[in-house]
Design a binder for this molecule. Structure first.
Ligand SMILES: [Ca+2]
Length: 484
């Protein structure tokens, strides 16, 4: 019972009263931007259950994913490596790259925990993989038990509309990675996330009498497209015409490189203002539905009596654009896409808001530390434990994220967002900044938090750009590891 001794030691340091091991409940949403949550300031989309968890735990305001779409982000935080360390930049399991090294939940398994997942923790295709109910890019060694939550997705009976590339309204409701809204007939249990919540509730009930502590990952697939939820969740967002769109700025794209235009835009998706507003309403309904499922799982945890000895985490694999700069969906390295909601509720710790920069990569070492498991020097994340005693503690001065499809990189600190496209990092800073236009963005996050003015070409910011270019080279070098 080595873990138990280590645990007692850890609890001694943290001042928690319980001598029982701590469970881990990891709740993860798919494609959820922090801007859609009321605890992060959204005044239209209300998320009472996630807000309640935020009020009980530490809410991180500067949390970033390491890859701005599902596959690399999930492989990264589960394996403990940056995407460029393992080279897992696609929709694959990191297992071939990490060999016998333990994933996050596997590390817990190895030290006396029962590890389980319900639905999407590693990558699964949405909606296709959810319709078929398969394992996706799962890693079997990570779990003692696992469950998939098959759902009808865009085929759910109800009133559906395809918003994307459907200018004459003739396109039927379709699958794939497409903006589709379905106001669905029936209740929560028709859909994947309702089934996921029900399975999680069942497992929590079962674990209440289990001798081992648990690491339970509950992966929801909303608000990933298609936007499908029972009808009642749409009520607050109708008529869709009342949905507000983000401020548009004439000439907004003029000062950014071509690579900085997101792959999904109002223009290439052929979405007029009506469709854009419906996309926002449909997304919010999916978020409201997701929030209700989170509530069911948290209620079960409360009722089980295990809340006081369970660390609860809520996050998303990356964010999502809802029309900012006329961008939609993910992959972009702007804050709406690269920043994630992150709430961690640790028993015995005071509720707090923490403004330190943190990364999803930090979850693995942090939870290992909080639960008294052995440290692993190979992990590339940092231990956030101190922030639960002192929310003013700063773990990182900056966050790092990648948009692998376009080999873009983000370095984000308090003052600046620096984005560089192109992995080769050209080293020609002589004779002006014309190449900056080809591949660099620099935003003053203090004066221009919504990232309207790219300063990369400005003579006045030449030194800042140069410093960030050096910093990015250093970061990329430090991310590559001899360990693999
Ligand atoms: Ca995702």
């Amino acid at each position: 019972m080595k873990w138990f001794a280590a645990l007692l030691l850890a609890l001694g340091h943290s001042g928690a009263l319980s001598s029982e091991p701590l469970n881990v409940l990891f709740l993860i949403s798919d494609d959820l931007t922090y801007t859609a949550l009321s605890c992060y300031g959204n005044e239209v989309c209300r998320t009472p259950n996630i807000d309640k968890l935020a009020a009980e735990g530490t809410r991180f305001t500067e949390a970033y994913c390491q890859g701005t779409y599902c596959g690399p982000s999930r492989a990264s935080f589960m394996s403990g490596y940056y995407p460029h360390a393992t080279g897992v930049l696609g929709y694959k399991s990191p297992r071939p790259q990490i060999g016998e090294r333990s994933t996050w939940s596997q590390h817990f398994r190895n030290h006396g925990y029962h590890a389980a997942r319900v639905s999407k923790i590693f990558h699964m295709g949405v909606p296709g993989g959810i319709e078929s109910g398969g394992d996706g890019a799962d890693d079997p060694l990570s779990w003692d038990e696992k469950y998939n939550s098959k759902g009808p997705e865009w085929r759910a009976p109800g009133d559906g509309e395809t918003l994307q590339k459907n200018p004459d309204g003739q396109r039927p409701v379709v699958g794939g990675n497409t903006f589709v809204v379905v106001e669905a007939d029936g209740d929560d249990l028709v859909h994947s996330d309702g089934k996921t919540a029900a399975k999680a509730v069942e497992l929590i009930g079962k674990y209440a009498t289990m001798e081992k502590p648990f690491w339970l990952g509950v992966g929801f697939v909303r608000p990933h497209v298609p936007f499908v939820a029972p009808r009642k969740y749409y009520d607050a967002f109708k008529p869709y015409s009342k949905m507000a769109l983000p401020e548009k700025f004439p000439g907004d794209w003029d000062d950014i490189p071509k690579a900085g235009i997101n792959y999904c835009t109002s223009e290439n998706m052929q979405m007029d203002l009506r469709k854009q507003k419906k996309a926002v309403g449909g997304y919010y309904a999916s978020v409201a539905y997701l929030d209700a499922q989170v509530g069911k799982v948290m209620d079960a945890l409360e009722k089980s009596g295990m809340r006081r000895r369970t660390i609860v985490i809520f996050t998303s694999d990356h964010g999502f654009h809802l029309g900012e700069h006329d961008f939609w969906a993910k992959v972009s390295l702007r804050d709406e896409s690269a920043k994630v909601p992150l709430i961690i509720s640790v028993p015995g710790k005071k509720p707090a808001v923490c403004h330190s920069f943190v990364e999803l990569l930090d979850l693995y070492p942090t939870l290992s530390s909080l639960c008294g498991l052995p440290e692993q020097s190979r992990l590339q994340g940092k231990d956030l434990s101190k922030t639960f005693d002192d929310p003013n503690h700063r773990v990182r001065e900056e966050a790092f994220s990648v948009a692998p499809m376009r080999t873009g990189f983000l370095l984000r600190n308090r003052e600046w967002a620096f984005i560089q496209y192109g992995e080769k990092l050209p080293n020609r800073l002589i004779g002006g900044f014309e190449h900056g236009r080809n591949g660099i963005e620099l935003f003053d996050m203090t004066k221009d938090p919504r990232q309207f003015h790219n300063l990369a070409d400005s003579e006045a910011h030449r030194d800042t750009v140069e410093a960030f270019r050096r910093k990015l080279k250093e970061k990329l070098a430090s991310v590559r590891t001899n360990d693999l």
